[in-house]
Design a protein around this ligand. Structure first.
Ligand SMILES: [Zn+2]
Length: 161
């Protein structure tokens, strides 16, 4: 050997630099890949947290919209609403109308509140009678409960139903 010692066992060959470079590159790529996977996992977790938050906010908005219910300007408009501190809004703007406008803009493209409630037949009857689908469903549930118990349901609707 170079140092004069006798050679035994495995002979060590010097490897060409390109192999070291390739090994270093492989290890660099592998750790870069692990970092990318870790980043992607983090982003995925953040994304799903934002989705959950957006879902909660959307539910809160829908609940508020449901609380306002049918609101037709100007007959349903509030004379005074909760004060906002904005003199224009507090004086002339109906808070329900303003909320509904914001709600419609924010949830544009989503199905209107109550659209997926009930059967298509119940929705058609609700539209025909000018009732909410919830009222129709409550009435149907009442009728079903009464007919089970053998009682005759009294007509709850003008003109029969
Ligand atoms: Zn209004």
């Amino acid at each position: 050997m170079d140092n004069g010692e006798p050679e035994f066992g495995w002979r060590e060959f010097t490897t060409p630099p390109i192999q070291h470079e390739a090994a270093a590159e492989l290890s660099r790529l592998s750790s870069a890949h692990s970092e990318a996977v870790e980043d992607a996992r983090k982003h995925l977790a953040e994304l799903s947290a934002s989705r959950a938050e957006a879902g909660r906010l959307r539910e809160a908005l829908k609940e508020a919209r449901r609380a306002i219910g049918d609101h037709h300007a100007p007959s349903d408009c509030y004379a005074t609403g909760p004060l906002t501190g904005d003199p224009f809004r507090d004086l002339v703007q109906c808070p329900a109308c303003s909320f509904i406008a914001m709600y419609d803009a924010a949830l544009a493209g989503e199905k209107p509140v109550g659209a997926e409630v009930g059967t298509p037949e119940q929705r058609a009857r609700a539209a025909y009678h000018g009732d909410t689908v919830e009222e129709i469903m409550a009435e149907d549930a009442l009728r079903a409960a009464l007919s089970k118990s053998g009682e005759k349901p009294t007509a709850t609707r003008k003109g029969g139903g």
